[in-house]
Ligand binder design. Structure first.
Ligand code: GAR
Length: 210
């Protein structure tokens, strides 16, 4: 039985496209967006995937929207829910419903730079290494157990755009990898530390991408 995956996204959907392009042994059973115009949703439709728009602006009540979203996800009986640029904060009740099968990608080396504008903040701090993280989602924003990370150098002449592009290329590598591991049942969570079953390989990717 292949792993049933529901993808949530809000925008461009380049991570989602990388996941589709990786031809993983998974079944993407639905792609759901809170923004009906999201490019990621159009891509899903073009690829014959089940694309669902759930417009959060039509739900002034945050809690009611969360319940509707969770019910819609559950209807597709997912083994895994993948947040691929889903830009709404999820409620604790929602997260509890999917905990352990909810993955997110974040554009920084967590626990550094949780939240928004990560590339701007990395440049402002003058860090020399930046990157991205795939992690399980828990109630604490951008703090769940880390599955895999990739690091990139920060160049002296970097702008937000050049740094974001270098990080995004790594996002496109590590998210499909993390999903592949999950689908193969290879991820073991030991008290918040996620390791690969029977494997001591480091789950980090060092980019030489300059
Ligand atoms: C990605 O950089 C992802 O890491 C980030 O949004 C972008 C979505 O791009 N996610 C977050 O900031 C989550 N807090 P995409 O739509 O092209 O995949």
């Amino acid at each position: 039985m292949s792993c049933r995956v529901v993808v949530l996204l809000s925008g461009r959907g380049s991570n989602f496209q990388a996941i589709v392009g990786a031809k993983l042994p998974i079944e993407i059973v639905a792609v759901i967006s809170n923004r009906p115009q999201a490019a990621g949703l159009a891509f899903a439709r073009e690829h014959g995937l089940n694309a669902v728009a759930l417009d959060h602006t039509l739900h002034p009540d945050r809690a009611a929207f969360a319940v509707q979203l969770a019910d819609e996800i559950e209807r597709h009986r997912p083994d895994l829910v993948v947040l691929a640029g889903y830009m709404r904060i999820l409620s604790p009740a929602f997260i509890a419903r999917f905990e352990g099968r909810l993955l997110n990608i974040h554009p920084s080396l967590l626990p550094m730079f949780p939240g928004l504008k990560t590339h701007e903040r990395a440049l402002a701090e003058g860090v020399k290494i930046h990157g991205c993280t795939v992690h399980f989602v828990t109630a604490q924003l951008d703090h769940g157990p880390i599955v895999v990370q990739a690091a990139v150098p920060v160049r002296a002449d970097d702008t937000v755009a050049t740094l974001a592009a270098r990080v995004l290329a790594q996002e496109h590598r590590i998210y499909p990898q993390a999903i592949r591991w999950f689908a193969a049942g290879q991820l073991v969570n030991n008290d918040g530390r996620v390791n690969l079953k029977d494997d001591l390989t480091s789950q980090s990717v060092l980019s030489t991408g300059v």
